[in-house]
Design a protein around this ligand. Structure first.
Ligand SMILES: *Cc1c(COP(=O)(O)O)cnc(C)c1O
Length: 387
């Protein structure tokens, strides 16, 4: 029989504590999530600034539907590319000080697309060990030699680069790492790339919208020009509150993508209303108000956790992991929190390396200090209950 191994695989995952299940969310708003008729304080969303429920953003999306229809109706090279898309691209290019930008339906697609376009022929990809699955898959399926440097370790990167030529050489990192919340040494990496003659690519999925006074992400926060980071990728599904992604860089890079990136050419364009709503969100985020509220919440959480013996990290971002002794302990603590009305998911292998199972707390500007107090109190009680 075909695919007999499926049952065995699933049983295997269950036995190891790695089998995943989805939860069906009823509603979610203002830091509260409702699942199976129960309400929880929500510390699991990447909606770091509460933009998903911003009324102006929602209104703009609705008006966009009235103006352009629900979907885009075609791929961008046919008739799916509208004034709404072009306005968002221009805004991104202008504010990020790039020559051009190009929209994708997801960050997953953008990462795959850019690797496929840059590595039609062979080359070298040297990326941080903790890069996102979408990047790793793109790199592995390209004809390039794929090497990984130790996490946030410029010295190891330099060592790997000393053995490879600079032609078709791409170095890649995330700005803020998705499961650890720590930040890459972007200036150092940009210097190394430029010395070697390589290009640096930054995946700013968790920085875009949050980092920088205007929320323009790592390019603003660390002041990185197009020359420093020739390939800048960002997503809209996290802090920006909508969905989709972009690649920004030189006119030639964008022209190459338009002409050769299969994820761009053969996929229906993002709904124009979504592009309109995304642009609205970026404009709103310029005042930095929500980002300040988030920073305050991060400081407050870290202060509260300081006096406990939970294994927290020195992450300064909205992503605050709490390390556990194995997947089962992570699941048990997450369950015990759930019973106390707090939603924090366990993150296990293969999303994180084996032996680094954790709870991934994410903070948002919509949380109050009281919400964070409730989380920290519940953590202590939940741990006592499972020990
Ligand atoms: C979420 C994420 C992606 C994928 O973006 P989507 O728009 O959700 O497909 C890519 N890279 C990183 C680092 C991410 O966290």
């Amino acid at each position: 029989m075909a695919f007999d191994w499926i049952n065995e695989k699933l049983a295997d995952l269950s036995a190891q504590g790695y089998r995943r299940q989805r939860v069906t969310v009823d509603v979610e708003k203002d830091g509260i999530i409702s699942i199976d008729g129960r309400h929880y304080l929500h510390f699991a969303s990447n909606d770091y600034l509460g933009m998903r429920h911003d009324e102006g953003l929602q209104q703009t999306w609705v008006e966009g539907i009235a103006q352009f229809g629900a979907g885009s109706g075609a791929s961008p090279l046919v008739t799916g590319y509208t004034r709404a898309h072009s306005a968002l691209e221009s805004y991104l290019a202008e504010h990020l000080n790039r020559e051009a930008a190009l929209l994708f339906n997801s960050g997953f697609a953008a990462n795959q697309a850019v690797l496929q376009a840059l590595f039609a022929k062979s080359g070298n990809i040297t990326a941080d060990k903790l890069m996102h699955a979408s990047f790793i898959d793109g790199a592995m399926s390209s004809p390039a030699q794929f090497r990984r440097f130790a996490h946030n370790n410029p010295a190891h990167l330099t060592e790997l680069l000393s053995k490879i030529p600079s032609t078709n050489s791409l170095i890649a990192t995330e700005s803020v790492f998705s499961m650890d919340g720590d930040e890459a040494p972007l200036k150092a990496l940009a210097d190394i790339a430029s010395e070697h003659g390589s290009w640096l690519m930054v995946d700013d999925a968790h920085g875009f919208g949050v980092l920088g006074e205007k929320g323009l992400g790592c390019a603003e926060y660390v002041d990185l020009s197009q020359k420093d980071v020739p390939v800048l990728m960002g997503t809209f599904g996290k802090a920006v509150g909508t969905a989709g992604a972009f690649i920004a860089g030189s006119r030639e890079l964008i022209a190459l993508l338009i002409n050769t990136a299969r994820h761009y050419i053969y996929s229906t364009a993002m709904p124009p209303a979504q592009a309109l709503a995304t642009l609205y969100s970026l404009e709103q985020l310029q005042d930095g108000r929500r980002q300040k509220m988030l920073s305050d919440n991060i400081r407050y959480f870290k202060t509260r956790m300081q006096n406990t013996d939970f294994r927290v990290t020195d992450s300064q971002t909205a992503i605050q992991p709490i390390l556990m002794d194995g997947p089962n302990q992570a699941m048990a603590l997450s369950d015990a929190l759930k019973q106390r009305g707090i939603w924090v998911p366990p993150i296990r292998y293969p999303t994180v390396p084996k032996g680094t199972d954790r709870l991934r707390v994410t903070l948002s500007s919509v949380h109050t200090h009281k919400d964070i107090d409730a989380l920290c109190d519940a953590l202590l009680l939940a741990r006592e209950a499972i020990s």
